[in-house]
Design a protein around this ligand. Structure first.
Ligand code: XMP
Ligand code: MG
Length: 184
């Protein structure tokens, strides 16, 4: 069923049952990859809160969890390219195995900014897990993106942590903007 959020209409895109299945598989892969380690999972607020919560329930090795908050755009459907650190990293990650948890990598500007920051803190390793990836929008090549939920087309999406004008984060499923309405 279509839904309306503020001035835009969205249609069902990825059902929660699909998200759950994908997260279970990513969890299995992480449990193997980090078997002998105690990784630090860094969730990127706000969007990654649901993905982080569900993913952490699938992690059965010792690990630490923390969050950072960045802002890359201000409420609309387009990235402004302006980045601010609203809630910086509060943990010492020197020599640690870090996994950044993102809701979506679109142009990659946010991730580039974050990776540069994290790397300057000298972790032992850094990998990225993103629920969604828009390959056509990507402006950088990242070797760190190890875990991907779904590769999607260049459509604006909401739900499962992702917002439109800060609304819709609570939706269990992911929806995409109807038709090819040009986002404004
Ligand atoms: P970049 O372009 O820096 O974007 O990779 C990453 C951040 O921008 C937001 N973003 C979206 N949010 N639906 C959303 O609700 C989308 O389709 C979308 N694309 C990008 C998001 O905050 C992400 O962390
Ligand atoms: Mg957002």
């Amino acid at each position: 069923m279509k839904i309306t959020i503020d001035d835009k209409t969205f249609e069902p895109f990825i059902e929660y049952s699909m998200i759950e299945k994908r997260i279970r598989l990513i969890g299995i892969q992480m449990n193997v990859d980090y078997e002998d380690k105690v990784p630090v999972f860094i969730g990127v607020l706000n969007g990654a809160f649901m993905f982080m919560a569900d993913l952490m329930k699938e992690i059965h090795i010792g690990c630490e969890t923390t969050f950072v908050k960045l802002a890359s755009y201000h409420g609309g459907t387009k990235s402004s390219g302006m980045l601010t650190e609203e809630f910086p990293l509060s943990m010492d990650i020197k020599g640690r195995d870090v996994v950044i948890i993102e809701d979506i990598v679109d142009t990659g500007r946010t991730l580039k900014f974050l990776l540069d920051k994290i790397k300057s803190l000298e972790p032992a390793s850094v990998k990225v897990a993103t629920l969604l990836l828009k390959p056509e929008a990507l402006e950088y090549q990242f070797d760190e993106i190890e875990f991907i939920g779904f590769e999607i087309a260049n459509d604006f999406v909401v739900g499962y942590g992702l917002d439109y004008k800060n609304l819709g984060r609570n939706l269990q499923d992911i929806y995409r903007l109807c038709g090819q309405q040009l986002p404004g």
